[in-house]
Each structure stands twice: as structure tokens, then as C-alpha cells.
Write a protein that binds this ligand. Structure first.
Ligand SMILES: Nc1ncnc2c1ncn2[C@@H]1O[C@H](COP(=O)(O)OP(=O)(O)O)[C@@H](O)[C@H]1O
Ligand SMILES: [Mg+2]
Length: 224
């Protein structure tokens, strides 16, 4: 499903930062993988390369048989819309839209017909246990509920690859554990391959495999 070969990423700014160097590993369809490492070790950079949000300075990133480094920005953006969903630490919901409208957004962008949007949104909100909150604005939801809306928005497109960057980072332990259990059950129902960047030891424990970064290098890759 995903293959990185000798991937390096250097950010060229006021000073050059080597965020990743010589990273090679693969993830099979159906895996649930944690990416761990100290702050600044390159975790978010790695996730952004996997999702085609950015391209490496060297090396190749193949997702679903396509080398994203050889594609145009436009082709990558189209690819992202259908193949990859993101979940962020800070939820990234639109504050003026209801839960249901937030979840519907990627379907509207994809030009899905109105009737189908409604039924898919209802199903996704049901999966995350928020059918009763569909008309609430993000402000009217708890942090855990907001993250559930974000997960519903990630699921609604049916994208096979789910990338999560510190999905429990803004939640207390109990709420975080609920989100992790939800992601695990989504995975176990065969709905997605999941790659999750995390600081949270509980998060790594619900995954089947842990990839460890330090200073932009791969220093560990263990099964559970
Ligand atoms: N857009 C950017 N421009 C310049 N440097 C960046 C950029 N994004 C990240 N970095 C640097 O790359 C390194 C890895 O960052 P990041 O991937 O965000 O690490 P992590 O997610 O593990 O905390 C850090 O040193 C960071 O400062
Ligand atoms: Mg990060």
C-alpha cells in the first residue's frame, strides 16, 4: 500500500534543516502503525510525505502503486482527495458549520450527489457515535466529540489510507482512550489502513507495529 525508499527531506529556509534522511520502509494494506519519536524527529514531515501533501528532497514515496514524487501538484491533490484522509491534533473543523456539514464537506468537494451525501454523512456520524449531535456546531461539542466529527469526516470518503497526527494530543487520558478504541475498531472492521503519529504510549499500544524516528532517521520498527 505504501513504500518509502531512501526518503530524505531537507527544508530550505533561513537555515537548512534535514528533517528526514534515508528512510526506507513499507506498510501493507490493513496495517495499523504508530510513528513515535521525540518532538522534532520528523514524524509530521513523514506523515505529510505519505499523504502526498509534500514531496521529499530525495527518494520515492509510492502509495497504492503510484510514485507520488513523479506526479504534478495537481495530480497529487486529486489523489489525496480519493485515497487519503487526515486527522489532526486540533481537529480542524469549520467553526460555522454543524457536525453534519463538516462531515459532508469532502463529499461536496468530490461532487457527490446530495442524496448520497446525506446518507453517507448519517452513516459516518453513526460509526463514531454522534448521530444525536449532527446539528451541533463545533463550539457546542466537547474535545472528544470534535475529534469524533473529524474522524467521521475522514471516514466518509471511503479513502483507504487514514493518517492521524497526534489525534489524542489535545485530549485527557480517558477521552484519548475512547478515540484510540474508536480508531482501532474502525481498523478492525476493515475500513482503513491507519498510520498514527503519537507521543502517547497508549496510542502506540493499540497499534500492531511501531516505527521509531530519532533526528530524522529510522531507529526502530517493532511488532506488538
Ligand atoms: N516547513 C518547515 N520549514 C522548515 N523546517 C521545518 C518545517 N517543518 C518542519 N521543520 C523542521 O523539521 C524538523 C522535523 O519536524 P517535524 O516533522 O514537524 O517533527 P515532529 O512532528 O516529529 O515534531 C524539525 O527540526 C522542524 O523544525
Ligand atoms: Mg509533529
Amino acid at each position: 500500500m505504501l513504500r518509502l525508499t531512501e526518503v530524505s527531506k531537507v527544508y530550505d529556509g533561513k537555515s537548512q534543516v534535514t528533517a528526514l534522511s534515508g528512510i526506507s520502509f513499507s506498510i501493507e494494506a490493513g496495517e495499523m502503525v504508530a510513528v513515535v519519536g521525540p518532538s522534532g524527529s520528523g514524524k509530521s514531515t513523514l506523515l505529510n510525505l505519505m499523504g502526498g501533501l509534500d514531496v521529499p528532497t530525495a527518494g520515492s514515496v509510492e502509495v497504492a502503486g503510484r510514485d507520488l514524487t513523479k506526479e504534478s501538484e495537481e495530480a497529487r491533490s486529486l489523489f489525496r482527495r480519493t485515497h487519503v484522509s487526515y486527522i489532526f491534533q486540533a481537529y480542524h473543523l469549520m467553526p460555522t458549520l454543524t457536525a453534519a456539514q463538516n462531515v459532508a464537506l469532502p463529499l461536496h468537494l468530490a461532487g457527490v450527489a446530495r442524496k448520497e451525501v446525506d446518507s453517507r454523512v448519517a452513516a459516518a456520524l453513526g460509526t463514531v457515535g454522534l448521530s444525536e449531535r449532527s446539528r451541533h456546531l463545533p463550539d457546542e461539542l466537547s474535545g472528544g466529540e470534535r475529534q469524533r466529527v473529524a474522524i467521521a469526516r475522514a471516514l466518509v470518503t471511503g479513502a483507504p489510507l487514514l493518517l492521524a497526527d497526534e489525534p489524542t494530543g489535545n485530549l485527557d487520558t480517558a477521552r484519548g482512550a475512547e478515540i484510540l478504541a474508536l480508531l482501532r475498531s474502525i481498523h478492525d472492521e476493515g475500513k482503513a489502513t491507519i498510520v498514527m503519529v503519537t507521543h502517547d504510549p497508549h496510542a502506540a499500544a493499540v497499534c500492531d507495529r511501531t516505527v521509531e524516528l530519532r533526528d530524522g532517521r529510522l531507529v526502530g520498527d517493532h511488532g506488538r
